[in-house]
Unconditional design. Structure first.
Ligand code: ADP
Ligand code: MG
Length: 367
């Protein structure tokens, strides 16, 4: 494997008593878009600031294209960062905002070159018509484009984007996402894109890094992660709705859930055997749970707790003795709140109920 564009090793950072990064490791391959996906407070911004050299770390190392830049100033790193609350300079117009870094002591480009590059970058982001405007007269979407142009015009090796689209409405978000992918293709730049939005992350990224509690929990393509989620934290952050968890027990070579009628053969999970007396949970993607009418043979009993009409489909919450889950079902399946129903888990994973780690090596299958 070639040298990763960005490599973070054992990053530790606290803000007072609050531990934000707890030994975070991450590698971003060259020429890829990687999404850093995690909930608010997971440590995404701290990770990006560390890569840019804008955070003083307690421990860890930062490498860019194989070079140790841990003690190098932000200006010596050849990375650009777009912040959550876009950092535009209100006293300058759009073109001077975009040109700002190119006039800094680090770049000192000549004015003719600056004009060409600002013009090209503005075209790419479709803001050519805004170049002479003051930034405080722009809409949120326009400001965001200017902020991206500002970072992009430097043609950095590495592009760090901190929730760059989360303040925009859905349509604008989808449009800008497509443009970012286009820019990536043209410039062959490496991007690390922090977001809490699952759909946005899988739409833009080649690969995901799932972050929670200041640690990267798993990296891989969405297909890799669905095929073998590292732990329960990953299951809770992937999918929409996310993974369902049921209490489980193992007896007579089968995995059973309380009150359930299904037996999933333990052999299909590839477990050596969880430690005796440990609590075990069965996790299943909602796509691997079939919901049907009450009393279906070989299925578990459930009840419809909530129905959310999404037009072409319905999102339902099903409760059962073993646990509750949410799933999207076609609107032909007519369910009302309070109805009895059945559900059948076609495959799933076993997790250690105490530390959340996956203890099955395969997705176990129902017979
Ligand atoms: P994210 O971007 O994923 O929301 P952050 O890196 O911003 O996560 O924050 C990680 C943790 O550190 C959170 O618990 C947050 O509250 C805390 N934190 C971040 N910045 C500061 C700060 N300047 N002062 C105190 N706590 C902070
Ligand atoms: Mg953040």
């Amino acid at each position: 494997m070639s040298v990763p564009m960005l490599k973070l090793e054992g990053l530790k950072k606290s803000y007072g008593a609050k531990r934000a990064l707890r030994g975070l490791d991450l590698e971003v391959p060259d020429n890829e878009i990687m999404a850093l996906l995690g909930p608010t407070g997971a440590g995404k911004s701290s990770t990006l600031l560390s890569a840019a050299g804008l955070l003083s770390l307690e421990a860890g190392k930062v490498f860019l294209a194989g070079r140790d830049v841990t003690d190098i100033d932000p200006s010596g790193r050849d990375v650009s960062i777009v912040f959550e609350g876009f950092n535009l300079l209100p006293v300058l117009d759009v073109k001077d905002n975009i040109a700002f870094a190119l006039r800094s002591p680090t770049y000192r480009e000549d004015e003719a070159e600056i004009k060409v590059r600002v013009g090209r970058t503005a075209e790419l982001l479709r803001i050519s018509h805004l170049l002479d405007r003051d930034v405080d007269t722009l809409s949120g979407g326009e400001r965001q484009r200017v902020a991206i142009a500002r970072a992009l015009v430097r043609r950095p090796k590495m592009f760090l984007l901190d929730e760059p689209l989360s303040a925009l409405d859905l349509k604008l978000r989808e449009g800008l996402r497509a443009e970012l992918r286009q820019i990536h293709r043209q410039h062959r730049s490496t991007m690390l894109y922090a977001t809490h939005d699952y759909h946005g992350a899988i739409a833009i990224a080649d690969r995901l890094a799932i972050i929670e509690g200041g640690v990267v929990q798993q990296t891989g393509t969405i297909d890799d992660i669905i095929a073998l989620p590292a732990n329960m934290r990953v299951g809770k952050l992937i999918g929409s709705p996310s993974m369902a968890f049921f209490e489980a027990s193992i007896s007579d070579g089968s995995v059973l859930i309380p009150g359930g009628k299904q037996r999933l053969p333990i052999g299909t999970f590839g477990v050596v055997g969880p430690a005796a007396g440990r609590k075990v949970l069965l996790g299943a993607w909602p796509e691997d749970i079939e919901v049907g009418p009450a009393g279906a043979a070989g299925a578990n009993d459930g009840s419809v707790y909530a129905v959310d009409n999404r037009g072409f489909e319905r999102a339902v919450q099903i409760n059962s003795t073993a646990g509750s889950f949410r799933k999207v079902v076609p609107s032909e399946l007519v369910f009302k709140q309070g109805d009895a129903c059945s559900f059948r888990i076609t495959s799933g994973f076993l997790f250690d109920g105490e530390n959340g780690s996956r203890i099955s090596h395969l997705g176990g299958k129902a017979r």
